[in-house]
Design a protein around this ligand. Structure first.
Ligand SMILES: Nc1ncnc2c1ncn2[C@@H]1O[C@H](COP(=O)(O)OP(=O)(O)OP(=O)(O)O)[C@@H](O)[C@H]1O
Length: 264
């Protein structure tokens, strides 16, 4: 059964159409890339899927069930986890505690404040701690080894991976990643690609927004290209990188990033 179905989704903000009649499916074992120039509507689409913003028209279904009108924390509980374009960690909490916070899908700044005040309660929450350790190990043994460090002490790339670990806490079957490789060096992107492929092999579907084509090429089964809110192409990265409309609208402007792909 199709995991996620986006059907004729349009989103308008006052006079601006951020998304127009966008449709595509995500299967349970797929890694889908979402690419396109700045302002194409990629983050808006993630916000629609996670219930933060309602579509103006169209439908979004998870395993056949419409998500329209469902609150974000309930969508998270139904199995959709996400990370954000800008890092959203609690700097003064430990690596482990940041993952533990993720177990509450209603996570808010207010909740985090409670958490900071009631760390002692967690002594009784051995189970949550144990699960959080397991998740950290699943993403990266190195992160697990640093579980007592404060989040702010982590190098940038590890902060991004910690966000992924936290998004796994609700046990998602679909993970939405908004520019996870932003600011990463090529070697770090390679390690991130390994993480994503491993999670996918374990049975997780992924939608990844990314401007770094090295990651898109390395992990995706198919790519959706948005431009000015419209889907202009859908297909494997191999086809995408050769499509004249995509080159004109987007890839041409990022030639340095795709040079490796184009040379192959
Ligand atoms: N809450 C909002 N109110 C008004 N306009 C918005 C809102 N959110 C997004 N937009 C507009 O919708 C369009 C699509 O924005 P969006 O952030 O989805 O693009 P994007 O593809 O994610 O871009 P980038 O790659 O720069 O992150 C932009 O023109 C943006 O200014």
């Amino acid at each position: 059964m199709t995991l996620l179905s986006i059907s004729h989704v349009t989103r308008r903000f006052a006079g601006l159409t951020a998304l127009e009649d966008v449709s595509f499916d995500v299967e349970p074992d797929e890694v889908v890339g979402l690419i396109g120039p700045n302002g194409a509507g990629k983050s808006t689409l993630i916000n629609l899927i996670t219930g933060i913003t309602p579509p103006s028209s169209g439908d979004i279904r998870l395993r056949g069930e419409s998500l329209l009108g469902v609150k974000p924390h309930l969508i998270a509980r139904k199995g959709i986890g996400r990370t954000f374009q800008h890092i959203h960690l609690f700097d003064e909490l430990s690596v482990l505690e940041n993952v533990m916070v993720g177990f509450d899908s209603r996570m808010t700044a207010g909740y985090a404040a409670t958490v900071l005040g009631l760390r002692s309660v967690w002594r009784e929450e051995a189970q949550v701690r144990e699960k959080a350790m397991e998740i950290l190990g699943r993403v990266d043994e190195k992160l697990l080894a640093q579980c007592s460090a404060l989040a702010r002490e982590l190098p940038y790339a590890d902060k991004r991976r910690l966000e992924i670990a936290r998004a796994l806490a609700t046990g998602p079957s679909l993970l939405l990643l908004d520019e996870p490789a932003a600011g990463m060096a090529p070697q770090e992107i390679g390690a991130l690609a390994d993480d994503l492929r491993r999670l996918n092999r374990e049975g997780m579907a992924v939608i990844v927004i990314e401007h770094k084509m090295r990651l898109i090429e390395g992990v995706t089964d198919k790519v959706i290209v948005l431009d000015h809110g419209r889907k202009i192409f859908e297909g494997s990265f191999d086809l995408v990188k050769r499509n004249p409309d995509v080159i004109e609208a987007y890839l041409g402007r990022n030639y340095a990033d795709v040079a490796v792909a184009q040379a192959s």
